[in-house]
Write a protein that binds this ligand. Structure first.
Ligand SMILES: [Zn+2]
Ligand SMILES: [Zn+2]
Length: 110
């Protein structure tokens, strides 16, 4: 058996989102996306499984729905923040508590 244990080098090692490290709680996972707590903001964040910034509209709709569902449970009233500050070349979207930026576990002022 000589199957390589490393995934195809399609994305490069630099992309944290492609790496999909389970360093924070995961809320949801499927073929299109995963939703985990953002380690910086402490809010649910949906991440597309493909490396790119332009998901097809069905994928976008699917991810938005899934994120709303998780955010309803985790945050209650929330809004979606599609601003990709840290990783601008891989689609992801944060859900943030209404009127706030960070999740309830961080009490940091902006
Ligand atoms: Zn990526
Ligand atoms: Zn974040």
């Amino acid at each position: 058996m000589s199957s390589p244990s490393t995934p195809p080098g399609r994305f490069g090692p630099e992309c944290d989102l492609c790496e999909a490290a389970h360093i924070t709680p995961w809320y949801h996972e499927d073929d299109l996306c995963w939703i985990a707590e953002c380690e910086i903001c402490r809010v649910p964040m949906v991440v597309w499984r493909d490396h790119g910034t332009d998901p097809p509209s069905e994928a976008l709709e699917h991810m938005t729905e899934a994120l709303h569902r998780v955010a309803d449970e985790q945050l209650g009233a929330h809004y979606l923040d599609g601003n990709m500050r840290n990783i601008p070349d891989h689609y992801h979207c944060h859900a943030r508590p209404e009127g706030g930026f960070f999740g309830p576990k961080t009490r940091r002022e902006m």
